[in-house]
Design a protein around this ligand. Structure first.
Ligand SMILES: O=C(O)c1cccc(C(=O)CC[C@H]2O[C@@H](n3cnc4c(=O)[nH]cnc43)[C@H](O)[C@@H]2O)c1
Length: 258
């Protein structure tokens, strides 16, 4: 089994919101480095960027970043307990409300609202986990009404889930030239707020199962690409102490890091 840092394996950073999610990921596939970054896209982006920069400075860059955790599923197609893998990580509420409705920041002329993972990796991970595939929406406010759920599905047909971190992780990964993936297991339906109905333990068990099933594909070294299309995996002679502001579950103990 490839371990984090193995020359034969791809180094994978998994970013979750809370420690329970981080531990569920690490229980499924300990060969990844899993960090709990906090809730929301800003915390997710800040911690992802810091981890990627620190790893690069240590000369042990990551080859893949995964945003993972529990999420809301778009019922009835994606029920509680299901797994979802993103074909696109979308900032669903980054924009402006206008007289003509919501305008995202791309429509306003300010950059991207979507990041796409490598399609072949999406297909492989979905096949291994039995996941639903489609856009996963990143929101700063959890959907709490049927009307809001309908608005989101009208704007994003085929959306499979919503959560609060994916786009933030993707912004940091993309700026570092590292491919990104999002894997969610469903704890609740997107719709009228009913916190008592969230099935968090079930979703966390599903998260462990998903990483147990998909782990080998995540940490396997992908086929070599032609020069100049290395996905941002840069080699460096720089060395230094491991740096992380986040709570980490890593197969490689810090004292073993170069
Ligand atoms: O209380 C616990 O034991 C516990 C364990 C694990 C996770 C939690 C969370 O509350 C995680 C918050 C996290 O969950 C995502 N999430 C889940 N459902 C939705 C949703 O319907 N809409 C948006 N986000 C959702 C989100 O990514 C949060 O960061 C608690």
């Amino acid at each position: 089994m490839p371990r984090a840092g193995d020359p034969d394996g791809r180094r994978v950073l998994v970013v979750t919101a809370v420690e329970a999610e981080r531990d569920a990921v690490a229980a499924g596939w300990p060969a990844v480095t899993a960090v709990a970054a906090g809730v929301g896209p800003a915390a997710a982006a800040a911690v992802t960027a810091a981890e990627l920069t620190a790893a690069l400075a240590r000369g042990r860059p990551y080859g893949l970043v995964v945003s993972a955790g529990i999420g809301g599923g778009f019922a009835p197609d994606v029920p509680v307990g299901a797994t979802a893998v993103a074909t696109a990580l979308i900032a669903a509420d980054l924009g402006a409300v206008t007289a003509d409705g919501f305008a995202d920041v791309t429509a306003l002329g300010f950059g991207a609202v979507s990041h796409e993972p490598p399609p072949e990796l999406v297909r492989e991970v979905a096949a291994l986990t039995g996941a639903h595939t489609g856009p996963i929406l990143t929101v700063s406010t959890v959907t709490g009404t049927a009307a809001r759920a309908a608005e989101l599905t009208a704007r994003h047909p085929g959306a499979v889930a919503e959560a609060m971190e994916g786009f933030g992780v993707a912004e940091a990964a993309t700026r570092a030239g590292v491919p990104v993936l999002e894997v969610r297991t469903v704890s609740n339906a997107v719709g009228p707020r009913d916190r008592a109905a969230w099935r968090i333990p079930d979703a966390l068990r599903a998260l462990t199962a998903a990483f147990r099933a998909a782990g080998p594909a995540l940490t396997a070294q992908p086929p070599a690409r032609p020069a100049g299309t290395d996905g941002g995996v840069h080699d460096t002679d720089a060395t230094g102490p491991p740096v992380t502001g986040a709570r980490t579950a890593d197969a490689t103990p810090p004292e073993e890091a170069p």
